[in-house]
Write a protein that binds this ligand. Sequence first.
Ligand code: NAD
Length: 311
Amino acid sequence: MSATRQGLTHMGAYRQDGRFNVTACVDPDAGARDAFQRAWNIPQGYDDLDGAMRAEGSFDVVSLCSPSPLHAAHLRQIITHSPRAIFCEKPLTGDVDLSRQLIDACARRGILLCVNHLRRWDNVLADHIAELGRGERFGKIRSVTALYNKGLMNNGSHMADLLLWLFDDLVVVDAPFSTADYSVSDPTVSAILRSSDGTPIFLTPGNAGDFSVFELQFVCERGVVSFEDGCRKIRVRSCIPDPDFAGYTGLDGGETFQSGLNAALRNAVANIYDAVQGHGVLASTGESALRAEMLCRAIHLKNAENHRGSA
Ligand SMILES: NC(=O)c1ccc[n+]([C@@H]2O[C@H](COP(=O)([O-])OP(=O)(O)OC[C@H]3O[C@@H](n4cnc5c(N)ncnc54)[C@H](O)[C@@H]3O)[C@@H](O)[C@H]2O)c1
């Protein structure tokens, strides 16, 4: 596996960081567990979490990468053993009440809860988001189009988290359409949102059966900034006088940069290491993930309201 691909997994990121000693893994699927242990040279493997916790005594950090519907039960189990930090895959639980309870339980035990909203650790993306927020280069954001698929809570929670990173507060104006392109219980929902300063944001669905998509386009006063290809690429177009029509302003051909997404998971585990040592704060926490889940729930509720209205 290439070093870049390796760094895209929790395990690869721990190894690349070099300051973590991964002593055990848990997977009830014996084949998957054995393959994982062999691939990464992990000394101990267990078929259930409690067995691992009993046998190993304690862990400083637990990575939770089980299927999303199991997160809440697994978090409850992990919390009783009080590791110093939990690195949980997104969504935290997908249920805002459960997430709230588990965040509070972590806080009571002094456990750092980190949620893998990966883009929070992309330093290049972070610079562009900060710049968009300041508005120095491109001016005011006129509108945002956010394209996603594969479930509002599943992938849309990444989008909600990214939007809440830039805009402190978002109101759901409407959520007219939904399609079960991934799961009936977690449809991909279209929505119109409004920021506290009145910026319109359009959540536009694709269908996961066609291809994966996760992109944003920020139309600003003095140009257009696009995060493309899952946010791996950042495209920036600036206003120029139209070459053909006097007095009109258009956009230049633009420039495309690589973001820092490939390094994000390595940055995440480094952030966890430092936070456990008492240096710095986590870039993505239970609280920030809960805000994303709350926004997703508000969109779901608005969509359900529309459907009730049209029944
Ligand atoms: N942050 C991201 O961008 C991103 C990307 C992909 C997946 N994810 C998240 O990662 C998680 C796992 O997704 P996946 O597609 O790898 O799922 P998956 O269904 O492939 O399961 C991952 C592993 O968990 C194991 N597992 C099943 N039950 C278990 C149990 N009771 N205890 C321990 N392990 C168990 C499975 O055997 C499998 O090896 C999900 O929460 C998903 O949302 C996040």
